[in-house]
Structure formats: structure tokens, C-alpha cells
Design a protein around this ligand. Structure first.
Ligand SMILES: *[C@@H]1O[C@H](CO)[C@@H](O)[C@H](O)[C@H]1NC(C)=O
Ligand SMILES: *[C@@H]1O[C@H](CO)[C@@H](O)[C@H](O)[C@H]1NC(C)=O
Ligand SMILES: *[C@@H]1O[C@H](CO)[C@@H](O)[C@H](O)[C@H]1NC(C)=O
Ligand SMILES: *[C@@H]1O[C@H](CO)[C@@H](O)[C@H](O)[C@H]1NC(C)=O
Ligand SMILES: *[C@@H]1O[C@H](CO)[C@@H](O)[C@H](O)[C@H]1NC(C)=O
Ligand SMILES: *[C@@H]1O[C@H](CO)[C@@H](O)[C@H](O)[C@H]1NC(C)=O
Length: 640
């Protein structure tokens, strides 16, 4: 194989992994914290413009418009005695001796807020945007320390479902960690300590079912084996599940515990290779309404802190939980399978055999089958920045099919927008959103209103999910964006957001998501002929000159060509420009130089310059100092 083929192969692989477009967002609609908030919880209700952000002894109520953000702050102070006790104990970090708001959730109509309260957690009720001392509502409430951790560095998860609140507490130091029902009209239940080995929680999701009693909740976590040897992987990624109808066992067995808890091992890595990512950091589930189908995206890291995303089919997971053997249990099951969701009725035969199954669940909650990712390996994502948070959306495209879009927040405060199809991942774009380059700590998505909320320790920012106007004014640019939210309106000749209730048969919009191919636009002939008018540059005698060409699509290849001289000049890359400069064998003489971008099999002219020599010499030093920066600056002005 010759080196040229190798090189272009390499270039293609890189191109696939990088974002196609890069946007820097300057929009003013952002909120700045007055002091850094290193832990933030978020609550957002779909269809609303308001987001509740929990910080240090404060709840920020932020209402976004397209132009600005209105904020209202609710102080939630710790008890002074709690702070004093905390400081006296010199608990993990003195910095954590404050009331970090870890839970903001609406359970039916009760707005529950819980905080660390300097090591002795407390809950409040939020009424008319003020905090009230006692939580009242339907049913009972667990101790605040089962809902909020005592320190913010201990990760916890809360999830409201059917008027009840579910809480998962990671293990820290001597505390075991648990999954509980903590609030609501149903019986408050918990996991047995032996079921979880130092769990570190990553997420939770409701898995709906057409039959209400079969509704389940999945919890995602990693278990940590403290006695693992240094050469052993201490983490194991897990999915645990329970049925929402669960009301606990009998007096003698599992009286206050789940009777439907089961857990499975989750793998993320290439096949059976050693390179596995065992520490699940965060997880998100996309499901279609009332369907037991969908996809789980898990964010994993390995021992070196490298992060990857693996995708799993909910049907595969469901199948494993309903058919796999149980670890350490080989006898046949009596009647129905242990752990399955059944309507509670001890009088029936089903109810009776459910009681017989309690012992099986108590001692054998783990299934033997291992959950493996779809496509066998982690998603092929950029590797230059670590992913810190993910959310996902399901989008109805022009062809009446659903597509998954992932939003990945990174260590450097960027957000990647990724199309995930059954065949591949395509990185639609990268947004640079923040003034300060801090890691993305939290995100919330509103599919109904079409917004993404992104928070760092310094700022909270809102982005539109459908950001079609950024893709350009041509059909080709619109189609090549491969953004499921956007289509080319043939009549209005604009890249627009697919309107709700769009009628496929009308054929008014075009889109092509499965491949980067804009032939649907029928613009091929026009593209070949399109010329830009050259900008004239007068070059003082014997001076080096640099010509900038703005890079728009990072999946295109850029070249310079000179008129009437069938010669190609490569780019000397400089940030987001393909720069043509003097190389030993290519002195830039008079003539027209054109910058050509090739993508999707088409070569398109981006910009052109006409170099005109001016007989007068100029101090060479001045030109070389000013040359590049000056020209790039001038070009930037021209292009905006
Ligand atoms: C909250 O506001 C409503 C309507 O303004 C009022 O009726 C209610 O009494 C308020 N509740 C509290 C606890 O202040
Ligand atoms: C929650 O609200 C729904 C409808 O408003 C109601 O039917 C249900 O009983 C409520 N559940 C609880 C636990 O209060
Ligand atoms: C933890 O690691 C030790 C050492 O390898 C091993 O003996 C033990 O079985 C592991 N514990 C679990 C629960 O896997
Ligand atoms: C969709 O458009 C087609 C053709 O224009 C029309 O026949 C059909 O009634 C429309 N369907 C709906 C649901 O509006
Ligand atoms: C032009 O540049 C070359 C190389 O830098 C130098 O040797 C030569 O003296 C210059 N000529 C003039 C007229 O400045
Ligand atoms: C784009 O699609 C058209 C029609 O399906 C096909 O003829 C063409 O070869 C494709 N172009 C590329 C670059 O794949």
C-alpha cells in the first residue's frame, strides 16, 4: 500500500471522529453565578422556561427568554449547630460544611428540596418559591439522610415516579449505599445491604410498559471492590431494577425490602478484550412513550480516567432480566419467575408463589447474563476532550422515523451534538458556550420546548435543540449538516426546524440523515461552476504573504489552486483557517489563488485572492511580523 493511500485512510478516520462544524456561541442568554458552584443539582419541567438550580445554600430560579435570563434566588441556610458540629469533626473537607442542595424534585404536586445541611441532611418543601420547614404530602417520608447525602461529594440520585420518590445513595466510608422508596403513598422500601457492594450511582430511569403494573425502574451504578488487588479492576458496572408495584415482603422475609430487586453486570469495551471501561459515571435512557423499547447510553471511564459512551438496547436488558439464570441458583423456579412484576394479591396462587420466591431473591438477586453494548464497542467519539455529562433526545425526522441525538458535555466546557444511527455516530457539531473553560457539571433537556440547559461551576446557559439557521443558506449545507431537527424547505429555500405534525407525504422538506450525501438537492452542476470573485491583495516586492481560507466543515478537505497552472497547494493549518503560505518550492507569484473544499464528492470554491505585485520593496521584517496576523484579522472581518 503506498503512503498516499495510508495517509488518506488515516485522514478519513480522523474526519469521522471530529465534529463537522464548530460554533462559538456569544448569545447573551446566560446566567453567571456570583461565586463558583462546584456542585449543582437541576430541576426542570418539560415545557417550561424556568430551571431550578441547587447550589451552596441557595436555590437559583432561572427564567430564560431568547434575549436574557431573569433570576430569583432562594436562600436555604444550614443550621448553625450543624455547621459547628461539622467543622469540629473536620468532616471530609471543611469546605463541605454547608448546605449543598442535592435534591430538587416535584412529586405529584409536592416540591421537595433536600440539602446536605453540613453533614446532617434535611428536607424542605418549596411553596410559592419559599422554603417551608416541613414536608407534607400524600403518604410518608423517609429520613432526610436517606434522600440527601451528608456531603455533596457523595453522589446520590432521585427519581419521581407515579407520585412516589425513589432515592439511590452512593456508599462512602462506612455507609453502605442503598436504593430506596423515600416518599409517597406506597410503602417505603430499601435494598438489603448485601445486595450492593459499595455502589456509586450514575443514574436512574423509568422503563414504561403498556401494562401499568409491569412498569420498572432501572438504577445504574458501579460497584467498588475494596479488597481488589492493585493489578485487579476494582469497579464493576451494574444495572439494578425494581418494579414500581413492589410493596415489600412478609414479616419474616424482606419485610421492608424490595421483593423484585435484580442486578446485572454491564460491560463496555471492545468485545472480550482486556480494554474494558468498568466505572459507570452517568447514564441516560431514551424510551418511546409506553414502550419497553429504547436505548440506554452509559458514560464510562477506565482506570486512566479516559471516558467513553456505550449504547445498550433496553429490549436486550429486559430480555436478560426475564430469562437469565440467577447466579448461584440452579433449582427450577416454583411457578412464576422470581423478581417479575406481579399485581400484589397474596390470596391468589400467583401471590402465594411470589412469597415462595422471596428466598430466591433474597439470596440470589444477580443474574448470570452480562449486558453488552449494541455494536459491540463504545461509540466512536472524539478523544481530545473528556466527557463529563450526557443527555439524549429522540427526534422524529422528515422520513417519519425516529433518530437519537446525544448531547455530550465535556471537561473543557464544550457540548457535542451527535447523531446516533444503527450504523454509526456522526458528530454534527461542537458548541463552545462559556467564557470560562470549566467542565460541564449538569445538563437538562426539554424536548417539548426544544431547549438544552447546560451548567458549569460558573454559568448556566440555554441552547436551542434545533439550531438550523447556523447551517447556511444552501440546500447542500443544510443536508450535509445531518441534523435530524432540520430540513430544507424547497419552497422557501431555507434550512428550517421540522414543524410539529409535519406531513411526510407533502414532500415539502428534504433531509438525508443516513449518509453524508446531498444529491437530493440536485445542485451538482451549479456547484461545479460557482466561482467567488477574487479579493485583490497587493504584495510589496520580496515579501512573504499568507492567504487565509476559513474552515467551515471539518469533514471537508481543503486545498489551494492557482488559476491557469494545474497546481495544488496544501494548507498550513492555523486554527480554523486553511492558510496558504510560502513554502520553498511554491513562491507565491502573481495570479489568482482559489481555496477549494471537497466534501461528499464535490469540490466547492470557498474564497479566492488575486495577488498583485507592487514593485516597491517593504522592510521584510515588518511584513513577516504583520503578515499572518494582519491578513487573518482582515479575513475574519470580511467573512462576518
Ligand atoms: C401560595 O400562594 C397562593 C396563591 O397566591 C396562596 O393562596 C397560598 O396561601 C400561598 N401558600 C403559602 C404557603 O404561602
Ligand atoms: C398524583 O396526582 C394524580 C393526578 O393529579 C392523582 O390521580 C394521584 O392520586 C396523585 N398521587 C398521589 C400519590 O398523590
Ligand atoms: C474482591 O476482590 C477480592 C480479591 O481479588 C476477591 O477475592 C473477592 O472475591 C472480590 N469480591 C467480590 C464481591 O467480587
Ligand atoms: C398529507 O398530505 C397529503 C398530500 O398532500 C394529503 O393527501 C393528506 O391528507 C395529508 N395528511 C394529513 C394527515 O394531513
Ligand atoms: C529578497 O529576499 C531574499 C531572501 O530573503 C534576499 O536574499 C534578497 O536580498 C531580498 N532582495 C531584496 C531586493 O530585498
Ligand atoms: C449519493 O447518492 C446518490 C443517489 O443515491 C448516488 O448516486 C451517489 O453516488 C451518492 N454520492 C456519494 C458521494 O456517495
Amino acid at each position: 500500500m503506498n503512503s498516499f493511500i495510508l495517509l488518506s485512510l488515516f485522514a478519513t478516520i480522523i474526519a469521522g471522529k471530529s465534529p463537522r462544524l464548530k460554533f462559538v456561541v456569544h448569545e447573551p442568554s446566560r446566567f453567571h453565578f456570583s461565586k463558583p458552584e462546584n456542585y449543582i443539582s437541576m430541576y426542570h419541567q418539560e415545557g417550561s422556561d424556568t430551571i431550578y438550580v441547587g447550589g451552596r445554600a441557595m436555590i437559583y430560579v432561572l427564567t430564560f427568554t431568547d434575549r436574557d435570563v431573569r433570576d430569583y434566588q432562594i436562600p436555604v441556610a444550614s443550621d448553625q449547630t450543624a455547621i459547628d458540629t461539622c467543622k469540629a469533626k473536620a468532616a471530609p473537607l471543611e469546605l463541605e460544611c454547608d448546605n449543598f442542595i442535592t435534591v430538587i424534585q416535584k412529586v405529584n404536586d409536592t416540591f421537595i428540596v433536600c440539602g446536605t445541611n453540613a453533614g446532617s441532611p434535611r428536607c424542605w418543601m418549596l411553596v410559592n418559591d419559599t422554603v417551608m420547614t416541613d414536608v407534607q404530602g400524600a403518604g410518608q417520608i423517609a429520613s432526610a439522610s436517606d434522600i440527601s447525602p451528608p456531603y455533596p461529594s457523595q453522589k446520590s440520585i432521585t427519581l419521581p415516579a407515579d407520585g412516589s420518590l425513589y432515592s439511590a445513595m452512593s456508599s462512602v466510608g462506612g455507609s453502605a449505599g442503598s436504593i430506596r422508596r423515600t416518599f409517597g403513598p406506597q410503602k417505603l422500601l430499601k435494598t438489603e445491604n448485601v445486595w450492593l457492594l459499595n455502589p456509586q450511582f450514575a443514574g436512574a430511569a423509568i422503563i414504561p410498559s403498556a401494562e401499568k403494573f409491569k412498569e420498572e425502574i432501572y438504577f445504574f451504578f458501579s460497584e467498588f471492590n475494596k479488597s481488589a488487588r492493585v493489578d485487579e479492576e476494582p469497579y464493576r458496572a451494574r444495572i439494578g431494577r425494581i418494579c414500581t408495584v413492589d410493596e415489600g415482603g412478609i414479616r419474616a422475609l424482606l419485610a421492608d425490602s424490595w421483593t423484585t430487586f435484580m442486578k446485572a453486570r454491564v460491560m463496555c469495551g471492545a468485545g472480550n478484550t482486556q480494554q474494558q471501561y468498568n466505572n459507570m459515571k452517568q447514564a441516560v435512557v431514551l424510551t418511546a412513550q409506553d414502550k419497553r423499547a429504547g436505548v440506554l447510553y452509559g458514560l464510562f471511564s477506565n482506570a486512566w480516567g479516559r471516558t467513553v459512551v456505550c449504547a445498550y438496547s433496553i429490549e436486550d436488558i429486559d430480555q436478560a432480566f426475564s430469562t437469565s439464570k440467577l447466579k448461584g441458583y440452579s433449582s427450577p423456579f416454583m411457578g412464576s419467575r422470581p423478581g417479575m412484576c406481579v399485581r400484589k394479591n397474596p390470596a391468589t396462587a400467583e401471590g402465594q408463589n411470589n412469597i415462595k420466591n422471596l428466598g430466591v431473591i433474597r439470596y440470589h438477586p444477580e443474574i448470570e447474563d452480562v449486558i453488552r453494548p449494541v455494536g459491540v464497542a463504545p461509540l466512536d467519539l472524539p478523544t481530545d476532550d473528556q466527557i463529563t455529562h450526557t443527555v439524549a433526545d429522540i427526534v422524529m425526522a422528515v422520513n417519519d422515523e425516529h433518530y437519537s441525538v446525544l448531547y455530550l458535555g465535556t471537561e473543557q466546557g464544550k457540548v457535542l451534538k451527535v447523531l446516533h444511527t444503527s450504523e454509526e455516530v456522526f458528530i454534527i457539531s461542537q458548541y463552545s458556550l462559556f467564557h470560562n473553560e470549566g467542565p460541564v457539571l449538569n445538563m437538562a433537556i426539554d424536548s417539548q420546548k426544544g431547549h438544552l440547559y447546560v451548567g458549569t461551576a460558573m454559568e448556566v446557559q440555554r441552547l436551542p435543540l434545533a439550531d438550523c439557521r447556523r447551517y447556511g443558506d444552501t440546500c447542500r449545507e443544510c443536508i450535509l449538516s445531518r441534523d435530524p431537527y432540520c430540513g430544507w424547505d424547497k419552497a422557501r429555500r431555507k434550512c428550517i426546524t421540522i414543524p410539529p405534525g409535519y406531513n411526510v407525504t407533502s414532500g415539502a422538506l428534504i433531509q438525508n440523515l443516513d449518509h453524508s450525501n446531498s444529491s437530493v438537492c440536485g445542485e451538482a452542476a451549479a456547484l461545479k461552476l460557482r466561482r467567488t470573485s477574487p479579493r485583490e491583495v497587493v504584495v510589496p516586492f520580496n515579501t512573504s504573504i499568507f492567504l487565509p481560507c476559513p474552515v467551515r466543515s471539518f469533514h471537508a478537505t481543503y486545498r489551494w489552486e492557482k488559476d491557469n497552472c494545474f497546481k495544488n497547494y496544501p494548507c498550513l493549518f492555523s486554527g480554523d483557517f486553511c492558510v496558504l503560505g510560502p513554502v520553498v518550492d511554491t513562491p507565491l507569484k502573481e495570479g489568482v489563488f482559489r481555496c477549494m473544499a471537497t466534501e461528499d464528492g464535490f469540490k466547492v470554491e470557498v474564497i479566492s485572492f488575486r495577488l498583485v505585485n507592487d514593485g516597491r520593496p517593504l522592510a521584510a521584517s515588518l511584513a513577516s511580523t504583520l503578515g499572518l496576523s494582519l491578513l487573518l484579522a482582515v479575513a475574519t472581518l470580511w467573512l462576518h
